[in-house]
Design a protein around this ligand. Structure first.
Ligand SMILES: NC(=O)c1ccc[n+]([C@@H]2O[C@H](COP(=O)([O-])OP(=O)(O)OC[C@H]3O[C@@H](n4cnc5c(N)ncnc54)[C@H](O)[C@@H]3O)[C@@H](O)[C@H]2O)c1
Length: 359
């Protein structure tokens, strides 16, 4: 392995702590700098992480200590920051979703290709042992030919615990754009790309109340759908039914199930890296828990950066821009289908990312 990839973080809010816990454990990347619109947040990261410098966004983008910008800003800022980074000759790894719209996402893919830099994107949870063990079970034929899947997120929304939940309730947010990347990236990893979608959507409340932090009790407006449901028609012919809601209380449904001709799988939470995968084959009396057989063991948020750094130049990283763009188009098309009341064809195609051997 050569020199580690030098990372500069832009956006030091809630999720930065998860990356700061992972990055020191990774060999192929090194955190050098941090920036935020609020300089005190970048300063706090530098203070707690020896060797990391706090810079302005402009100075971080100009720094020769940065090979890749880890973009942890809010979704509406993802494209703008990523384009600036690409313009400065840096590779980029965005938090999800890739961008707030497919139009912005397409601009990012084109700009990265033209500048010959890498474009990666969360979620990297699909590289963990949970989803990868499920994928191996499907690829090894344990459920027979895959026919269908379900994906269920049923929560009351993030405002009870997130101190600044505004971005969840504007276009680019909502349960679909916020949590859909985990579920749809997992469905594409398990069953392949999507050819068309049918969606329906609603929102039940026009405002939400912040439940924690300095703004506790403040009401924030809702301008996006908070319950989205739909069907994804995979190019393989398999059908996935999704249910993404910030308008529910709780559920006992599996986060993801996959059903094949001869078996059914209960898949782990796609917002986690690990978790049990359970199989029940036709005629069996009970479920069996499969041994962990694939994926990055004991991984956490940031492993996608290590995977990108270890992917040969000219090859798409597993947590890559093309998969993230396909997922973004699927999500936007579900909302378009809901508005228009008809099926929407998906134009982009992506390869299933290569499987992750047990490592
Ligand atoms: N909070 C979570 O649990 C969580 C989990 C997984 C992924 N994510 C994703 O991580 C991203 C960030 O979420 P968060 O919860 O940390 O948000 P946050 O609002 O807590 O933090 C975002 C930070 O980005 C900064 N910022 C915004 N626009 C900027 C700009 N143009 N230039 C520089 N800095 C800018 C803000 O000042 C803030 O410090 C989102 O894409 C979200 O979907 C969040």
């Amino acid at each position: 392995m050569g020199q580690p990839l030098n990372i500069g973080i832009i956006g030091c809010g809630t999720i930065v702590a998860a990356y700061l816990a992972t990055l020191p454990k990774l060999k192929a990347v090194k955190l050098t700098t941090a920036a935020d619109l609020d300089p005190a947040r970048a300063e706090a990261v530098a203070q707690k992480n020896p060797g990391v410098r706090a810079l302005s966004v402009a100075n971080l983008l100009a720094s020769d200590q940065v090979d890749l910008v880890l973009n942890l800003t809010i979704p509406v800022a993802h494209a703008e920051i990523a384009l600036q980074a690409i313009g400065a000759g840096k590779s980029v790894y965005n938090e999800k979703p890739l961008a707030a719209t497919t139009r912005e996402g397409r601009t990012l893919l084109d700009a990265a290709r033209a500048a010959n830099v890498r474009l990666g994107c969360a979620p990297d949870t699909v590289l963990g042992t949970g989803i990868q063990t499920a994928r191996k079970a499907i690829d090894d034929g344990l459920v027979g030919s895959p026919i269908s899947a379900t994906a269920t997120l049923a929560t009351p929304g993030p405002e009870p615990w997130h101190p600044n939940p505004d971005f969840y309730y504007v276009p680019g947010g909502g349960p679909l754009l916020d949590m859909g990347p985990y579920y749809i990236s997992a469905l594409v990893t398990l069953l392949g790309p999507v050819a068309s979608v049918i969606g329906a959507a609603s929102h039940t409340r026009t405002s939400r109340t912040i439940g924690s932090g300095p703004r506790q009790g403040e009401r924030i407006p809702v301008s996006t759908d908070t319950h989205v449901t739909g069907v994804l028609v995979h190019t393989s012919g398999a059908l996935s039914t999704i249910f993404m809601s910030f308008d529910a209380v709780a559920t006992v449904s599996a986060r993801i199930e996959v059903h094949g001709e001869t078996g059914s799988l209960v898949v782990s939470d796609p917002n986690r890296f690990d978790g049990d995968i359970r199989l029940r084959t036709l005629g069996a009396k009970d479920w069996e828990t499969l041994p962990v057989s694939a994926g990055y063991v004991e991984s956490s948020r940031g492993i996608g950066l290590e995977d990108l750094a270890n992917t040969a130049q000219g090859h798409e990283p597993r947590a890559g821009g093309q998969l993230a763009f396909h997922v973004l188009e699927v999500m936007e098309s579900l909302l378009a289908s809901a508005r228009e009341g008809k099926a929407v064809a998906i134009e982009s195609r992506c390869e299933r990312p290569p499987a992750v051997p047990l490592s």
